[in-house]
Write a protein that binds this ligand. Structure first.
Ligand code: 2IP
Ligand code: CA
Ligand code: CA
Length: 379
């Protein structure tokens, strides 16, 4: 498991490099932010490029993990499909080839012959990332790769990534929107039970290098299986809630009835809003807020798997909101935790993997209990 964790930290850093390169290199940045003007062909092409960044990152992760752990190859899933249909109606299977030149040639065919953009992307995909500082020595968990599956969200909060607003993050504060909400999420689950056992989160745009070297990222990881619970982040000191009162984060599009119920519990100033499903769970992990409530089925397995593993390692979790509200055991019912191995067979396409009952992410089950208490009977 330690080998797998180190590999995931590396590929997540490579993914972050690709995400940064797309914003830093002018020929790629132009494609990312171009106004949707011009002829129809151009409009479609710009749309394609935005999806291409995600597809390329996911395929790179799938490729690198499959090479080192062939037993996992059929169990690496993600938000994107590698069959890429460009606006011209051509369909290309995006794969990472064994050499940079081959990958560049393949990408050029997707990018309508734009060789400059294709070689910049291929360069980032094949370049070794800077070494990752992570204290994984001595980590030993009795699980083998053949028991595990992976969920990847190559870029979560894509809209924030494309909009690209730069925020200076204040220590200990949640910043609701901007580039820092974009995250690379890689979660590992147990094929037999669907429980999340390992997660890596890479935040490609954490801060700007004061020496002018561009954006620097930050990474977080956690492992939770059996008696082993290790997280790269320590739990917030002395229960953050003690000093400031319970705080809950929501999507700005959350239902009014949920907003009202939670205002009655924590007061309007402790109800905060932020972009990105992954970023909101990360805020709970970091103790910037206590609970994340989502009443809609608008997130997917790839959004929650990685941060869920970190929360479990810290003693918290992510539960299915609808099922938890129906459970007679409430906050203590571990059976309502989200799982990652079974699709909703009655649904089609991406919806098969939606967290259909909504979700609630928490570090502390007594805080979960208070939130469930005010939501009961309201939804
Ligand atoms: C999205 C993204 C959105 C989130 C939505 C996710 O993933 O995280 O921000 O909505 O649920 O599926 P909200 O910000 O309202 O929580 P992606 O960016 O990968 O499509
Ligand atoms: Ca997502
Ligand atoms: Ca995504």
């Amino acid at each position: 498991m330690a080998d797998l964790l180190r590999l995931l930290l590396r590929v997540a850093e490579k993914a972050a490099n690709v995400a940064r390169v797309c914003r830093q290199e002018a020929p790629l940045f132009q494609l990312l932010v171009q106004e949707k003007t011009g002829d129809d062909k151009n409009k479609k092409f710009v749309q394609d490029f935005k999806t291409l960044a995600d597809v390329v990152i996911q395929e790179m992760i799938r490729h690198d993990v499959g090479v080192q752990f062939p037993e996992m190859a059929g169990f690496i899933h993600g938000e994107e499909s590698n069959k890429f249909e460009n606006g011209l109606g051509e369909s290309v299977i995006v794969t990472v080839c064994s050499t940079e030149e081959e990958t560049a040639a393949l990408l050029a065919s997707v990018l309508d012959g734009d060789r400059t953009a294709a070689s910049l992307l291929a360069g980032a995909i094949h370049r070794d990332p800077a070494s990752i500082q992570s204290n994984t020595d001595g980590l030993s968990v009795p699980l083998s790769p053949s028991e595990l599956g992976i969920w990847i969200d190559p870029i979560d909060a894509t809209s924030q990534y494309i909009e690209g607003r730069e925020e200076v993050l204040e220590e200990g504060h949640l910043s609701p929107s901007g580039l820092h909400c974009a995250l690379v999420l890689i979660g590992v689950y147990l094929r037999s039970t669907g429980e999340p056992v390992m997660g890596v989160i890479n935040q490609p745009f954490n801060h700007k290098d004061p020496a002018g070297g561009g954006w620097k990222g930050k990474h977080f990881w956690g492992v939770s299986y059996g008696g082993t619970n290790i997280c790269s982040i320590s739990p917030p000191k002395g229960g953050a809630e003690g000093q400031r009162g319970l705080s809950v984060v929501l999507s700005s599009s959350e239902k009014q009835v949920v907003k009202e119920a939670l205002t009655s519990l924590c007061g309007a100033d402790k109800l905060v809003y932020a972009s990105g499903a992954g970023y909101k769970i990360l805020c709970v992990i970091l103790g910037l807020t206590d609970v994340y409530v989502l009443s809609e089925g608008s997130t997917f397995k790839w959004d929650s798997c990685a941060p869920h593993a970190l929360l479990r390692a810290l003693g918290g979790g992510v539960a299915d909101l609808t099922r938890t509200l129906q459970s007679t055991c409430g906050a203590q019912d571990r059976r309502t935790e989200l799982t990652y191995h079974q699709p909703a067979t009655e649904c089609k396409g991406a919806d098969r993997w939606a967290n259909r009952g909504g979700l609630v992410a928490y570090r502390d089950s007594s805080q979960l209990g208070s939130v469930l208490g005010v939501l009961k009977g309201k939804l």
